[in-house]
Design a protein around this ligand. Structure first.
Ligand code: EZ4
Ligand code: CO
Length: 403
């Protein structure tokens, strides 16, 4: 089953997505998500210049060999660009394998361990009332878990807040990074009042999550976690800059609020200490950014050994292909925790047709062979790439601050 084509599709149907398309000699086509938000063209170039030519002539059935060839064979291994590229190849090959055998990928992973994938939605608002109204609308639609963010009153802008009712926020907004002011003190003082209001008005009958976006020091994270204990958070996410695994030892000393981290991790080595020392409760590595289904499955197995559950990244900058790939893994692993899901705004639906569907707080996969996402290349061509960047943060004195 020789690979005869490997092409990259870059498109911006509302936001930028990079898709790898692999074609075999017998005409089977597989797709992988190669989107790396704000660095899209680096993965595009990595694939086109350094990976696609090496795929031609290889046996598409040998996913494990191709993965090892691209990972072990690269002197400059690891990192988000390389691992997103490898992830796209891996998912495209799983898609091909499923289509060639006529089964959905989750069947190849051992079959379903659950009926559907519990997701959490993103609620946010310009103030507490607006954020709670948004959260309530998710609960009315059947969601059992909601991430809650609100604008910090003392700041002009806060990342992760939608721009109006009925909308979802867009992670990347400017053609250069917008500069926002960050104040940790204002944040730590405000957040308990948001979560208190959420529990007071919406009750305790749903999972409540929050994302700190890597902005705190370990002791600040400990203080935040402790201050939120009365509100029984499902997790606080990305409390401190994620590259410092040992920082979580200090956070753990101060709070029983569950911790989640890992959406920016590329490999199992990035979370080896975190998992092995049980320093987190949920690991957020995602299929497209951490080497595909093959590698994230290994991370999840490692996590299972230590009682750490999964909670994969699923923001809108992961394409429908990346989300679908995650769902196959979520459906099959023993230690599934939760899946983030922001959805995709039109006109993304003109380019990507998915077989997964929402029902009563869950995403359900059908029995479409492979990953189950169709790509309309003519539609993709109507939406050329537009440079878009995440904002950056500075303190009030002008210092750059962490994400
Ligand atoms: O900032 O996906 O949990 N979700 C998040 C996202 C990330 C973007 C980065 O590309 O943190 O909003
Ligand atoms: Co996050």
């Amino acid at each position: 089953m020789k690979i005869v084509g490997a092409d990259v599709i870059v498109t911006c149907p509302g936001r930028n997505y990079v898709t790898l398309k692999i074609t075999t000699e017998d005409g089977v086509v597989g797709y992988g998500d190669a989107t790396l938000n704000g660095r899209e063209l680096s993965v595009d170039a990595y694939l086109r210049e350094h990976v696609c030519p090496l795929l031609i002539g290889r046996d598409a059935r040998r996913i494990n060999d191709i993965w090892q060839y691209l990972y072990r064979g690269a002197y400059w291994r690891g990192g988000p660009v390389t691992m997103t590229a490898i992830g796209a190849v891996d998912v495209a090959l799983w898609d091909i394998k499923g289509k060639a055998l006529g089964v959905p990928v989750y069947e190849l992973l051992g079959g379903q361990a659950r009926d559907g994938v519990t997701i959490y939605g993103h609620a946010s608002g310009a103030d507490i009332d607006e954020a709670l109204a948004d959260a309530a609308s998710f609960l009315e639609r059947g969601y059992r878990a909601v991430r809650l963010q609100a604008k910090i009153p003392a700041l002009d802008a806060t990342y992760g807040i939608r721009t109006g009712p009925g909308l979802t926020y867009e992670p990347a907004t400017g053609d250069r990074p917008v500069e926002e002011v960050w104040d940790t003190g204002a944040y730590l003082d405000f957040l308990p009042s948001l979560m208190a209001a959420a529990r007071e008005q919406l009750g305790y009958g749903f999972h409540l999550l929050h994302d700190c976006h890597h902005r705190l020091t370990p002791i600040e994270a400990g203080r935040l976690g402790e201050s939120l204990e009365p509100y029984r958070m499902f997790w606080i996410e990305d409390a401190t800059p994620a590259e410092d695994q040992a920082a979580f030892r200090l956070i753990r000393q101060h709070t029983v609020t569950p911790l989640a981290v890992g959406e920016i991790f590329s490999t199992i080595w990035d979370c080896q200490v975190l998992i092995g020392e049980r320093l987190v409760d949920y690991i957020r590595t995602s299929v497209p950014h951490a080497g595909g289904i093959s590698h994230v499955r290994r991370i999840f197995d490692h996590a299972d050994l230590y009682g750490v559950r999964t909670g994969s990244h699923g923001a809108g900058d992961i394409s429908p292909i990346g989300i679908a790939a995650a769902l196959h893994l979520d459906l099959s692993v023993p230690n599934f925790g939760i899946q983030e899901y922001m959805g995709h705004l039109d006109p993304a639906g003109e380019v990507f047709t998915t077989s997964y569907r929402y029902e009563d707080g869950l995403l359900l996969l059908g029995d479409e062979p492979g990953i189950g996402v169709q790509v309309d290349e003519a539609a993709a061509a109507r939406y050329p790439y537009i440079p878009r960047y995440l904002p950056v943060n500075r303190l009030r004195d002008g210092s750059m601050h962490d994400w």
